[in-house]
Design a protein around this ligand. Structure first.
Ligand SMILES: [Zn+2]
Length: 298
């Protein structure tokens, strides 16, 4: 421990490994207020406005999935500032994540207290040399790039909710990238069908990362091996690549793709080599192999 004394992040990582409490217990140990509308939002005092914006959005998504999938799901969102963040998370501040998957360990998504932090900083730092088409789409939203970047951080809460539904519905995890791809599928499914203006912002941010970021790591094998350790920008790039496949599939197949995935990769399926996962997807939905070329480029 003494070796880590000058680094608060390292201390958090060190203690995080030994902290066996559920994420909900950790969040409840912070001095936060909460609002409850189906979804319980825990928030730093002073950020009630954001809590009251994201709570109803998530609640609406939960109603949507209840209707479509017949699943009643509890969910917590914690809006945490940078000081509280290191008490409960070993990820960089502002990189949202979710943990807890059952009644004893309820799912809690952790987000930065406002549209800020490492993902936000990455988004606003993207080279603004976007294509004409993308610049036009950004302009059509009526929002600045900074506002879109902040909204994107908000919308990652729906991606985290997507992880919860993927598991609750009974779809397995043959690969980490498939897990992330499916979380994006679920979140975009809700946005596309219920909140098209948010779907447009989400899709714009995916295209922006694809256009504006040159990844160091780009293979599915690298993603499986390093996961979030590829770095925030590179991780966001992988996520955007998954969105580029998930979004058009949602628009074409909607819920039926989700149902098929439950048959193809049921819960407990275990790890499968990425090549095999792609072959299986290609058999059911031709076009996956072509899409996967983005992970093979030199
Ligand atoms: Zn995820």
């Amino acid at each position: 421990m003494a070796f880590f004394i000058f680094s608060t992040t390292a201390i958090a990582q060190e203690t995080g490994q030994r902290d066996n409490r559920t994420m909900l217990a950790k969040v409840q140990s912070l001095d936060l207020e909460s609002v409850r509308e189906g979804v319980v939002v825990h928030y730093k005092p002073g950020y009630k406005e954001r809590a009251e914006k994201l709570g109803p959005l998530l609640n609406d998504a939960i109603q949507f999935f209840k209707k479509e999938l017949g699943i009643t799901q509890q969910f917590h969102l914690a809006l945490v500032d940078s000081l509280d963040w290191i008490q409960i998370s070993s990820s960089p501040y502002g990189l949202p994540h979710v943990s807890g998957m059952n009644d004893e360990d309820p799912p809690v998504a952790v987000l930065p207290v406002s549209g800020e932090g490492t993902v936000y900083d990455f988004m606003v730092s993207l080279d603004n040399n976007f294509s004409k088409n993308l610049r036009q789409r950004i302009q059509n939203t009526g929002y600045s790039w900074e506002e879109i970047s902040g909204t994107m951080v908000d919308l990652v809460s729906l991606h985290e909710l997507g992880h919860v539904y993927k598991n609750a519905y009974g779809i397995g995890e043959p690969a980490l990238w498939f897990n992330e791809f499916m979380a994006n599928y679920f979140s975009y499914l809700y946005m596309f069908q219920q909140r098209p203006e948010l779907a447009e912002i989400w899709d714009i941010t995916g295209h922006a990362i694809q256009e504006g970021f040159e990844p160091q790591y780009h293979t599915l094998e690298d993603f499986e091996k390093r996961y979030v350790k590829v770095g925030v920008g590179n991780y966001a790039w992988y996520q955007s690549a998954f969105e580029m496949k998930a979004n058009p599939l949602v628009e074409k197949y909607g819920l039926s793709f989700v149902k098929r995935m439950k048959e193809v990769f049921p819960n407990g399926v275990g790890k499968i080599a990425s090549e095999k996962v792609l072959e299986e997807l290609e058999t059911n939905y031709p076009g996956f192999q072509e899409w996967a070329q983005v992970f093979k480029r030199q």
